[in-house]
Design a protein around this ligand. Sequence first.
Ligand code: UT7
Length: 331
Amino acid sequence: MRSVGIIGTGAYLPERRLTNSDLEKMVDTSDEWITSRTGIKERRIAAEDEASSDLAVKAAKQAMENAGITADQVDLIIVATVTPDMSFPATACLVQEQIGAPKAATFDLSAACTGFIYGISTAAQFIATGTYQHALVIGVECLSRIVDWTDRNTCVLFGDGAGAAVLGPVKEGYGFQSFELGGDGSGKDLLKVAAGGSRLPASENTVANSLHTLYMNGREVFKFAVRVMTSASDVALEKANLSFEDIDLFVPHQANLRIIDAAMKRYGLPDEKVVVNLDRYGNMSSASIPVALHEAIEEGRVSDGDTLVLCGFGGGLTWGATVLNWGGAIK
Ligand code: UT7
């Protein structure tokens, strides 16, 4: 098996900012409540004529440029999203056409906020076996399109954005050291969009009952998130024969600062070893981790040989973590 790593990243955030004070005018909430309960100050909202594929294409182009590859070198495109442009065809096909990657296999992956971790784990297998050379994995969401803007419990939490990574073979010892993925369908009702699929197809009734918008039992998901953030990371570290003391940079899913704080406390991690961007973007589901990783790289917070832990959790329920030894790209 070949060693596989991330050899380039990219991100795209829509221009429009929605601040907590904007939300105060829309629902019964306050900047104080949102900041103290979540850490979020503002989030980005896609323009009316922007859909997930548009955001994804911009992030993908930047990731390819940073990886030093062209679109015709991409063998596989995986788009992790719960807000595809449409039910089908896959958003990955729309991205493929836009970037011009004629030989790429294309599919979407549905693992909610864990989607990017599931996506890189999947793509890495194809590269490790030598089946493919380069894969583009994109986490993208236009959550503003599925949020109920009259529900203060959820509308203050989410934002739109895209993050992308190019995976390729790396020098031995570098790259992904382990993956830990999990799912628990008994939590299927804690976080969902109930209608629009084969169980409850769109009807006047489903629209009238707001069944096409996101529902979340925040308290239960919170408890689950605090638990799995470290349990999944612990298993990934153990599989890599490492411990939390070896972490140089922790890149967690950006759902709530209190969830991240709980993990930092448990591991005794200082601020400089943890990436937080939810204050600026809110929860972007599958886009949160790749955008956070990209920004950390841009800010010079990642060096050759660093041990990174990426950890996500979300609807399904699903969770996943990976240990990544940064660098080692083969030029
Ligand atoms: O990415 C997928 C994974 N998602 C997550 O990890 C999210 C996990 N959950 C959370 O982050 C938190 O549970 C929330 C931020 C969603 C909620 O925070 P909480 O501290 O668990 O609040 P709560 O749900 O227990 O609600 C406390 C109170 C309630 O009022 P009552 O019933 O106690 O009178 C809510 O109605 O806060 C009220 N509330 C609000 N008040 C002002 C809920 N949303 C708001 C709001 N503004 N936006």
